[in-house]
Design a protein around this ligand. Structure first.
Ligand SMILES: Cc1cc2nc3c(=O)[nH]c(=O)nc-3n(C[C@H](O)[C@H](O)[C@H](O)COP(=O)(O)O)c2cc1C
Length: 147
């Protein structure tokens, strides 16, 4: 993440039980690195923050057996949808991305690719005024409804 008030640019790990962020370190040439992780989708690398969701399959497998992977993927879909809702609620934009490079993502977050790996990503960021104009009716609705 970068250009976020109160937070240093770099990579972070979200700790759900504490609802806190753990700083993992700075990333040199962050925009280029993000572009690489997202298969060359450089527009996505301009976002203020890019979420990379991982799964630890065992945490579902011990409980759900052969259904574990179905449950895990439904789960990450819910998380993504909730991020869309949260982003819309504060007036920023998000875009689900599945065309990411597994190995590069896993390397950046020091994941082994077997016990834990990235399954979904979403850049979230400020919407340019020019883009807002294109979708004026939608944003007018959001404003009128006080959303
Ligand atoms: C699981 C999933 C993965 C996606 N992956 C990509 C992607 O890698 N690149 C991309 O440009 N759009 C991707 N999309 C599509 C966008 O997230 C978005 O839904 C699409 O651009 C439609 O947006 P719009 O309705 O605002 O036009 C993906 C959507 C989903 C649900």
């Amino acid at each position: 993440m970068r250009n976020i008030t109160g937070l240093k640019a770099g990579k972070y790990h979200y700790l759900p039980l504490e609802h806190a962020l753990e700083f993992l370190g700075e990333v040199e040439n962050m925009e280029d690195v993000i572009t690489e992780t997202l298969s060359g989708q450089s527009w996505a690398a301009k976002a203020n923050v890019v979420f990379y969701w991982t799964i630890v399959p065992y945490r579902a497998e011990w409980r759900y057996g052969i259904y574990a992977h179905r449950v895990a993927l439904i789960d990450v879909g819910h998380v993504g949808q909730n991020l869309y809702l949260a982003a819309t609620g504060i007036g920023v934009g998000g875009c689900a991305i599945a065309a990411f490079q597994d190995e590069i993502c896993n390397k950046i977050f020091e994941l082994d690719g077997e016990e834990e790996f990235v399954v979904y990503t979403m850049p979230v960021g400020t919407i340019r005024e020019s883009d807002k104009k294109e979708e004026q009716a939608f944003y007018q609705f959001v404003e009128d409804e006080g959303l």
